[in-house]
Ligand binder design. Structure first.
Ligand SMILES: C[S@@+](CC[C@H](N)C(=O)[O-])C[C@H]1O[C@@H](n2cnc3c(N)ncnc32)[C@H](O)[C@@H]1O
Length: 258
C-alpha cells in the first residue's frame, strides 16, 4: 500500500488541525487522548529522550508492533521486508557489519540478523520495553545462534562502539521522531564508527514547506536542512530517489564520508 506524501502541510498549524478534524471526525477523540498523555509525559520528562522513552513504554505496553508504527502484523512484516530488500539491492552482504540505530522490535532487524554473519548485527535503542520485545522477535524467529548485539542507549554519541567498524549504519523511522539536536549529535559521531567506504542511511519525514513537529513525537524537516547538517560535520548527503519509488511515507538520505 503506497503512502502519498503531503509535502506542504504544516500539521502544527491550527488551520491544518481544524481541516483534518473536520474530514476525519473519528480521529478527534484518539488525538485528544494522545495529546493529553503526551503533555503529561513531557511534564514528567523534560528531556526529549526520556520523554520519548516514556512514549515507547506506553505504546509498547499496548502493542509492540503498533509502537514501531505498524497497525497490523502484515504491515509489520511488509515494512521490515521493504527495508531489508532495499539494503539488499544496495549490496548488503553477509560479511558486512551493521549498526541499526533505533532497532525497535526488529521489524527489519530479524531479517538483517538472519542474512548477516554471526555477531555482525548491532541494534541500539533508547527503549528498554521495545528491546524486550526485540528479544521476543529474535526468539520467535529462532535466531539465537546469530548472537546479535541489542543495547540500550541514552544518546547517539556512539561512544561505546569501536572506530571504523560498521559497513552499514541504518536508522529507519528514528529521525522522524527526533529534534534536530539529536540528529546533529548522530551526524557528529557517525563517521568515526563507519568502516572505509561505509554509509549511513536514514529516513526522515520530509516537508517542502515550514519545518514543524507534532506532539514532539513527529518531526518534519526539509531535505536541505539535513544535507547542510551533514556537511557541517564533513559528510556528504545524498537524497535517495529510488527509495521514493517504493511509496513509503518517509524519505531517505544516504550519508558517506566526504
Ligand atoms: C518507529 S520505531 C522504528 C523501529 C525500527 N527502526 C523499525 O523500522 O522497525 C522508532 C524506534 O526508534 C527508537 N528511538 C527513538 N529515538 C531514538 C534515539 N534518539 N536513539 C535511539 N533510538 C531511538 C524508538 O525507541 C523506537 O524503537
Amino acid at each position: 500500500m503506497a503512502t502519498k506524501k503531503n509535502l506542504t502541510a504544516d500539521r502544527a498549524s491550527v488551520g491544518h488541525k481544524v481541516r483534518y478534524a473536520l474530514s476525519n471526525p473519528t480521529r478527534i477523540a484518539p488525538y485528544v487522548k494522545r495529546a493529553a498523555r503526551d503533555s503529561w509525559l513531557r511534564f514528567k520528562h523534560p528531556d526529549h529522550v526520556d520523554y520519548y522513552r516514556a512514549v515507547m513504554a506506553s505504546d509498547t505496553g499496548r502493542n509492540p508492533e503498533a509502537a514501531v508504527g505498524s497497525q497490523t502484523h502484515d504491515r509489520w512484516l511488509a515494512l521490515g521486508k521493504m527495508q531489508f530488500d532495499y539494503l539488499l539491492e544496495h549490496g548488503l552482504a553477509p560479511r558486512h557489519r551493521m549498526l541499526d540505530i533505533g532497532c525497535g522490535n526488529l521489524r527489519a532487524g530479524w531479517r538483517f540478523i538472519d542474512h548477516l554473519e554471526t555477531g555482525h548485527y548491532y541494534g541500539i535503542d533508547i527503549s528498554p520495553d521495545i528491546l524486550i520485545a526485540a528479544k521476543r522477535t529474535l526468539t520467535d524467529r529462532g535466531l539465537q545462534a546469530k548472537l546479535p548485539h541489542l543495547t540500550i542507549t541514552q544518546d547517539l554519541t556512539l561512544d561505546f562502539l569501536p572506530d571504523r567498524h560498521f559497513d552499514v549504519v541504518h536508522a529507519h523511522s528514528v529521525f522522524s521522531h527526533s529534534p534536530l539536536s539529536i540528529i546533529d549529535e548522530c551526524l557528529a559521531h557517525v563517521e568515526r564508527v563507519l568502516a572505509p567506504g561505509g554509509r549511513f542511511d536514514f529516513t526522515f519525514d520530509r516537508t517542502e514547506g515550514t519545518e514543524h513537529q507534532v506532539l514532539r513525537e513527529d518531526f518534519y524537516y526539509r531535505t536541505q536542512t539535513l544535507v547542510d547538517l551533514a556537511a557541517k560535520h564533513g559528510l556528504k548527503a545524498r537524497f535517495m530517489d529510488d527509495w521514493e519509488k517504493l511509496g513509503h511515507g518517509q524519505s531517505k538520505i544516504r550519508v558517506t564520508a566526504a
